[in-house]
Ligand binder design. Structure first.
Ligand SMILES: [Zn+2]
Length: 138
């Protein structure tokens, strides 16, 4: 089935992320002065205001920080509702918003904050792969 949800257009700021995603790698921006990872990509470090930003390959692992069940959505996402969105605490630091996979949106009581998650990528177009996170067993 063709990918039927919005597809991001990379900018010079986000291109390294999408280059990595295409190869199944989670690329994360990291300040070269304070060494902290931040998400989303920015020209200036949100922690120390340095403009010296590099990229690292992340572990692709993290934990569920919090989540919400989405019962209504537009476009292609409407066909997937209900689904679960979550903030992921990245192992490298900071948080990433995602659609969480491997959980039952119809049984939100079964979803656990702190659950281990691993990133996966879904090819949306020839050049764009989208990062999603999936709950993995402890
Ligand atoms: Zn910094």
């Amino acid at each position: 089935m063709a990918y039927n949800k919005p597809i991001p257009t990379p900018s010079s700021l986000t291109q390294p992320f999408f280059d990595g995603a295409k190869e199944g790698k989670l690329m994360l921006p990291r300040c070269q002065d304070c060494n902290r990872v931040h998400w989303y990509p920015r020209h200036i470090c949100p922690f120390c205001h340095s403009d010296s930003i590099g990229w690292i390959e992340g572990s692709g692992e993290g934990r569920v920080h919090t989540f919400a069940v989405q019962y209504r959505a537009f476009g292609g996402w409407g066909q997937e509702a209900p689904f679960v969105t979550a903030y992921i605490d990245l192992n490298e630091g900071d948080r990433m918003l995602t659609v969480l996979r491997g959980v039952d949106a119809n049984d939100p009581g079964s979803i656990r904050i702190g659950s281990r998650v691993r990133v996966e990528f879904e090819q949306a177009s020839e050049d764009i792969s989208i990062a999603f996170w999936r709950v993995v067993e402890e």
